[in-house]
Design a protein around this ligand. Structure first.
Ligand code: TRP
Ligand code: SF4
Length: 331
C-alpha cells in the first residue's frame, strides 16, 4: 500500500546508552507493530544525548551505532520505515532555533524532567542552554515531520504536551496549521530492573539486547527475588518478585499459574525458577540476538540504511521547512 494514505508516526531514542529490555518492551516492540499501519519515522537522537554527555562525544558515537543495530535487530524495517540519525538531518536544528524564539523559558523550567534529571545526574553540570532547551529540540523533531502520532512511554507525556503548546503558539503567530501531535502511550507496564527499581542504564540494573549469554545468565541469577524468601523452604510471594515480573512476559499463562503456586508453597526454589526464566529468555530473543550479531558485523549495511534513511528524512523535513521559512518571512 502506498504511504500517501497512511498517517505519520515519529519517535526517537536518545543515543545515551545501549538499549535494554525496558526499552524493548516499553517502546521498540510497539514501534515494530506500528509499521504495519503507519508511515513511520524512527530516529536516533544523538544531539539530545549531547545535552548530558557533552564531554563524552566518543561514547555517543558508539551508542548511535549500537542503537541503530538494536533497532534493526528488533525488527524496524528499512523497507517500510525511515530510520535515521538526528544529526544527519540539519533541518531539525534550523527548526529548533526558530521554535526557541517563541518558547518562553518558564515553560521549559517547569517540565518535570528538567529538574528530575538535574537531580539524578548531579555529578554533571547541566546548567547549559542546550539542556534547558531539550524539549524545544524534541518539539522540532516532531513538528518537522508533521507527525500525527508519537509513540512514547508515560515519562515523555510532559514533553509531548509542551510540543503541542509550542506548535499551537507557532500556528497562532504565523497563521499556520502544523498538526498537534497525539501520543500513543505504550501499553506495557514499566519493567523492573534486576534490583526492583525501574530498569535504567544509570542504575546498573539492566539486561541489554547486546549482552552475551554469559552476562544474561549472571544478571538474572543475581536478581533480587522476594527479599523475605531467605531459605529454600520459605514460601515466596510472586507479586513482589522481579523474576516473576519477567515470567509474566516470557512464560505461558498456564506455566505462570504453576510457578505462582509452586512459589507460594516453596515447591520451587528461586535458583530453578531463575534458570527456567533464562532459558525462556534465550528462546524468546533467539532471532533478535542472532540478527543482532549478523548486523553488527555488516558495517556497510548499517551505513547504507542510515544514509538512505537520512536522505528520505531530509526530503520530508525540507518540505515542512519551506512552509515554515515562508511563514516566518525568511528567505
Ligand atoms: N526524549 C526522548 C526520550 O528520552 C527521545 C526523543 C527525542 C524523542 N526526540 C523525540 C521521542 C521525538 C519522541 C519524539 O526517550
Ligand atoms: Fe520469584 Fe520464582 Fe523465587 Fe518465587 S520462586 S520468589 S517467583 S524467583
Amino acid at each position: 500500500m502506498g504511504s500517501e494514505h497512511k498517517k505519520r508516526v515519529l519517535s526517537g531514542m536518545q543515543a545515551s546508552g545501549l538499549l535494554h529490555l525496558g526499552n524493548y518492551h516499553g517502546a521498540l516492540a510497539n514501534w515494530v507493530k506500528l509499521q504495519d499501519e503507519y508511515e513511520c519515522f524512527f530516529f536516533i537522537a544523538d544531539w539530545h544525548a549531547l545535552t548530558t554527555l557533552y564531554n563524552e562525544p566518543a561514547k555517543i558515537r558508539e551508542y548511535t551505532r549500537a542503537v541503530a543495530i538494536d533497532f534493526l535487530a528488533c525488527g524496524l524495517d528499512p523497507e517500510r520505515s525511515t530510520i535515521f540519525v538526528q544529526s544527519d538531518v540539519l533541518q531539525h536544528a534550523e527548526l529548533n532555533i526558530l521554535l526557541s524564539m517563541i518558547t518562553p523559558i518558564p515553560w521549559l523550567e517547569r517540565v518535570p524532567s528538567y529538574k528530575d534529571k538535574k537531580d539524578e545526574l548531579e555529578h554533571l553540570d547541566l546548567s547549559s542552554f542546550g539542556f534547558l532547551g531539550y524539549p524545544v529540540l524534541q518539539a522540532a523533531d516532531i513538528a518537522i515531520y508533521e507527525a500525527a502520532f508519537v509513540p512514547v512511554g508515560e515519562d515523555q507525556l510532559p514533553h509531548l504536551e509542551l510540543t503541542r503548546e509550542i506548535v499551537r503558539r507557532f500556528n497562532h503567530l504565523y497563521s499556520q496549521t502544523l498538526p498537534e501531535p497525539k501520543e500513543i502511550v505504550t501499553p506495557t507496564p514499566v519493567l523492573p530492573g534486576l534490583d526492583g527499581k525501574k530498569m535504567s542504564k544509570s542504575y546498573g540494573n539492566a539486561v541489554y539486547l547486546s549482552d552475551d549469554d554469559e552476562s544474561v545468565r549472571k544478571k538474572f541469577m543475581s536478581a533480587i527475588t522476594d527479599p523475605q524468601r531467605q531459605r529454600r523452604n520459605d514460601p515466596g510471594r510472586p507479586e513482589v518478585c522481579n523474576i516473576h515480573a519477567y515470567h509474566k512476559i516470557y512464560s505461558s499463562k498456564e506455566r505462570l499459574g504453576e510457578i505462582q503456586q509452586a512459589c507460594r508453597t516453596a515447591e520451587i526454589g528461586c535458583v530453578d525458577c531463575k534458570k527456567e526464566l533464562i532459558e525462556k529468555f534465550f528462546v524468546n530473543f533467539a532471532d533478535i540476538r542472532k540478527l543482532r550479531r549478523q548486523i553488527e558485523n555488516d558495517q556497510a549495511y548499517i551505513d547504507q540504511v542510515l544514509s538512505q534513511g537520512a536522505e528520505h528524512a531530509r526530503q520530508a523535513a525540507e518540505k515542512t521547512m519551506t512552509k515554515v521559512r515562508k511563514a516566518m518571512q525568511l528567505r
